[in-house]
Design a protein around this ligand. Structure first.
Ligand code: UDP
Length: 366
């Protein structure tokens, strides 16, 4: 029987790969194996638990400083070489644009294992933003045999780079498959109870190029807007990166209507997202999730690789200038017409059937 190996290692990859792993494991025409690299040592396991996915291989990576990308890449390549030698898959799947995605595709390229790229074709066309993700996804495009583009625009980006059209499949994004399993009408958790009579601003921030002053400016804008409005609260589930936590604690601590929390479990996060007033984020996948739930998103970056939500009006790219973020946020909070113009669900990112489509295509190709 043919073997398919899924390789992933960070929280966002796990959110988008677990629905596909479960879909493939339901099919009897191939054997599906899961290798996790543990690039996100702390925040990966809760996502695996949420989907009841048990890895068949799990790398024991040495600890690297957050900015030691060369060391991380070397360790990933070394570990993945062993997994590929042991499993000898007929094809492998990587997702998105992380160091694991890049090293996974490269290890497969060296081992002559054909690779499928899930969420292919996202681009800002600026190699420095997001850094290093824009490089990782472009490099993986060069190495992949199958390109699963989430949207028509992502497909067009791949065409522009000369990718063979017959190898590109528009499938929707598997993140929407995940969202369909987690959001529930009767969900309760302590943050939702705390914010039940307020408008809740949900904040996430962790992009490397925003570490330090840019993130500080964004959080200062949020703090100002919240402090001026007694009916508004904010919650920021902090990323484990120590540099992110230092800034968040320095800027936001001591404000009674702002909660800094540990990273939320996936179902908690999705249900808070589904009930919040709006979102301020520099995250990637959260833009798709929020837009598909009809939540206005202020994107604290200078460019987004998710332009569909911008065209639909639900995402607004506001950068990291404090006054600009403040003005955009207070406009949403104070002007119902401005809010209504952004608060509508975007269906461009998927319909919940992406995993099924990818599985169908792969099994046919095998
Ligand atoms: N997420 C989560 N708990 C949190 C914050 C985010 O489970 O406290 C999920 C979120 O729903 C999304 C993914 O993590 O699916 C996004 O991860 P992140 O923002 O770290 O990565 P990016 O998408 O920016 O690469």
């Amino acid at each position: 029987m043919k073997k398919i190996l899924l390789i992933f290692g960070t929280r966002p990859e796990a959110v988008k790969m677990c629905p596909l792993a479960l879909e493939l494991k339901r099919r009897e025409d191939a054997q599906t194996l899961v290798c996790v690299t543990n690039q996100h040592r702390e925040i990966l396991p809760p996502v695996l638990d949420a989907f009841h996915v048990t890895p068949d291989a799990s790398l024991d990576l040495p600890t690297h400083a957050p900015d030691d990308l060369a060391g991380l890449t070397a360790s990933l390549l070394d570990g993945l070489r062993g997994v590929l030698d042991a499993f000898r898959p007929d094809l492998a799947l990587v997702q998105g644009d992380t160091a694991t995605t890049f090293a996974g595709a490269l290890a497969c390229f060296y081992a002559r294992v054909p690779v499928g790229h899930v969420e292919a074709g996202l681009r800002t066309w600026d190699m420095t933003r997001p850094w290093p993700e824009e490089f990782y996804r472009r490099a993986v495009t060069l190495m992949a045999r199958w390109h699963f583009a989430p949207t028509d625009q992502a497909r067009d980006n791949l065409m522009r780079e000369g990718v063979d059209r017959s190898r590109v499949f528009v499938t929707g994004n598997t993140v929407i498959d995940a969202l369909r399993t987690t959001v529930q009408d009767d969900y309760v958790n302590p943050i939702l109870t705390w914010a039940s009579s307020s408008r809740l601003v949900l904040v996430t921030a962790h992009r490397r190029e925003n570490l330090g002053p840019p993130m500080e400016r964004v959080l200062l804008a949020v703090r100002r807007a919240v402090e001026e409005r007694p009916d508004v609260k904010a919650v920021y589930p902090m990323h484990p990166n120590p540099a992110v936590r230092r800034t968040a604690e320095a800027v936001l601590a001591g404000c009674a209507r702002i909660r800094l929390t540990e990273p939320m479990a996936l179902a908690d996060f999705h249900n808070v997202l589904a009930r919040c007033f709006c979102l301020v984020t520099d995250s990637g996948g959260v833009q798709e999730e929020a837009a598909s739930l009809g939540k206005p998103v202020l994107v604290a970056r200078s460019a987004t690789e998710r332009p569909e939500g911008v065209a639909a009006g639900t995402l607004r790219v506001v950068g990291t200038d404090e006054d600009r973020v403040y003005r955009a946020l207070t406009e949403l909070l104070d002007d119902p017409a401005a809010y209504a113009s952004m608060a509508h669900a975007v269906d461009d990112y998927g319909d919940g059937g992406a995993s099924r489509r990818i599985a169908d295509i792969l099994l046919q190709e095998l």
